[in-house]
Design a protein around this ligand. Structure first.
Ligand SMILES: CC(C)(COP(=O)(O)OP(=O)(O)OC[C@H]1O[C@@H](n2cnc3c(N)ncnc32)[C@H](O)[C@@H]1OP(=O)(O)O)[C@@H](O)C(=O)NCCC(=O)NCCS
Length: 284
């Protein structure tokens, strides 16, 4: 009789992969802090509220996370983390396989860190652009075009603009952001676009910014920067929209970024609306 010996390293033998539930949020925050991501409990909870995913547990401790968020024809894969001590042993790939299996067959998108790129390339993702994170203490700037604050009743119309720009159906997410308690989020419009701001991580984040002209996008961003001047502000910009220099004038320095990647890319109809800032690197 041959004795079967697992070829797996000891560290991954006793790992269980389970569905991600709200009970896992505390441990997930701990894991994301380990990789210096700024997500608070509330930020994880918001993402989980529109997502499904898995956790990897070792002796009851969360050592891996991965979520997928289905926005109609596109799914965004996010919060993919493996504990530093468990890396390089196939756990990241297992978590990815599990969340990809949860998505069905939509286009898959993610924003990759340098750590993640080799794994995603092996799975078949290809680079589709760069995202740059800008952050800092917001400075006062001259208003550009008039910007008005609106209520959540406008979201179905605004989510349609967002879908035109991104190909993603994100009304439920925009509504969840608008429903954050204690005025933690706001919605702004111009005649050619809209933006949202919310509490996130170390302060406030602007996103999404969806507009059909650069001027409209700048007007929305400037209005929000003015509103929170003197406070920590972050924005995640697709490089091809060219607003990096502009947000630096608002006090928001380049803080690195990631590579937008896609798999099973689908055709999206060309429209005049464009995404000038992401909701987050996790949610596109
Ligand atoms: C990205 C991350 C999740 C990968 O997890 P992991 O458990 O180390 O990944 P795996 O061991 O499953 O590696 C997956 C594949 O990528 C390859 N790979 C991993 N790192 C690599 C590297 N630096 N260079 C080349 N290949 C690499 C592995 O060889 C493996 O290929 P294989 O399945 O053909 O053997 C992990 O590094 C991590 O948590 N990093 C910090 C957080 C982060 O940046 N997450 C990504 C967010 S988008």
């Amino acid at each position: 009789m041959t004795l079967e010996v697992s070829s797996q390293p000891i560290a991954t033998r006793d790992i269980q992969i389970e569905p991600f539930t709200p009970l896992h949020l505390e441990g997930a925050v701990h894991l994301s802090q380990q990789v210096s991501w700024p997500h608070r409990f509330e930020d994880w909870a918001l993402t989980l509220s529109v997502s499904k995913g898995v956790v990897a547990l070792c002796d009851g401790v969360i050592v891996g996370t991965a979520l997928c968020t289905i926005f109609g024809p596109v799914a965004s894969l996010n919060m993919i983390i493996v504990d530093a001590q468990m890396r390089g042993q196939g756990l990241g790939r297992k978590l990815m396989d599990r969340i990809i299996a949860l998505t069905g067959d939509p286009e898959l998108r993610l924003v990759a860190t340098t750590d993640g790129i080799p794994l995603y390339e092996k799975l078949g993702f290809v680079a589709a652009g760069q995202i740059v994170q800008h952050q800092g203490i917001a400075r006062k700037v001259a208003p550009i075009q008039p910007v008005e604050k609106v209520t959540a009743e406008n979201l179905p119309r605004l989510a349609a603009l967002d879908a035109d720009a991104s190909g993603m159906e994100r009304l439920a997410l925009l509504q969840a952001i608008a429903a954050l308690p204690d005025g933690q989020s706001e919605i702004f419009v111009t005649d050619a676009g809209f933006a949202m701001k919310r509490q996130f991580g170390r302060g406030t984040v602007i996103g999404p910014v969806v507009a059909d002209t650069d001027t409209a996008a700048r007007s929305l961003i400037a209005a929000i920067a003015n509103q929170v001047q003197g406070q920590f502000l972050r924005i995640d910009l697709p490089v091809q929209r060219g607003l990096g220099e502009f947000v630096e004038t608002l006090g928001l320095a380049n803080a690195g970024g990631g590579t937008a990647m896609v798999m099973r890319a689908a055709q999206h109809p060309e429209t005049h609306m464009k995404t000038y800032a992401l909701i987050s690197q996790a949610l596109g």
